[in-house]
Design a protein around this ligand. Structure first.
Ligand SMILES: [Zn+2]
Length: 178
């Protein structure tokens, strides 16, 4: 059995003795007055695309939702459990968030799986294939394009997927254009 990486334990201690200590006032203010972030970021779970790091954001600044391949589903008020939609609902209705950013990234494993399930992160799985099927016809259009190389198809779908998610975001009745 692998042990938990010791440097992460050290990192937590460093955070508590360093940044937390320096910004204690801010953390306490956020605890007593609640969070009031103005921007929601929808990003991929990928360990290389951490929104707080990329935007150099402090505590309370970003309301972050991460899922496989930073996808937004359409508004579906049915009996299924929708984690991403729950986060969007909370951000818009409870926090009155002003901006929603869908943050894609290069070399996304989820997008690779959408283009070619056999080249994805799993040969077979219970959830990734169904989750990525949300891109459906959009990914079929790109994967059938023989004029592009594999890496061009990947980049194209990473970008098209963001536009698709923006369109899906607009199906939520309480999400409005600026
Ligand atoms: Zn990704």
């Amino acid at each position: 059995m692998h042990s938990f990486p010791p440097h992460l334990i050290t990192g937590y201690s460093n955070f508590m003795a360093g940044r937390y200590e320096r910004e204690e006032g801010r953390y306490k203010e956020l605890a007593s007055q609640g969070q009031k972030p103005t921007t929601m970021i929808i990003a991929c779970c990928d360990s290389r695309s951490a929104p707080e790091t990329i935007f150099d954001a402090g505590p309370g600044e970003l309301f972050v939702m991460r899922n496989v391949a930073n996808l937004v589903p359409t508004y579906q008020p049915d009996s299924a459990q929708h984690g991403t939609s729950a986060a969007i609902e909370f951000a818009v209705k409870a926090l009155s968030i002003e901006n929603i950013v869908i943050m894609g990234h290069g070399r996304c494993g989820g997008i690779r799986a959408a283009l070619d399930p056999s080249a994805g992160p799993l040969d077979e799985g219970d959830f990734i294939g169904k989750w990525m099927a949300m891109l459906g016809p959009v990914s079929a259009r790109v994967s059938d394009n023989k004029l592009m190389t594999a890496s061009e198809r990947q980049t194209a779908l990473e970008r098209i997927s963001i536009r698709n998610s923006i369109g899906n975001l607009r199906t939520f009745p309480y999400v409005h254009e600026p």
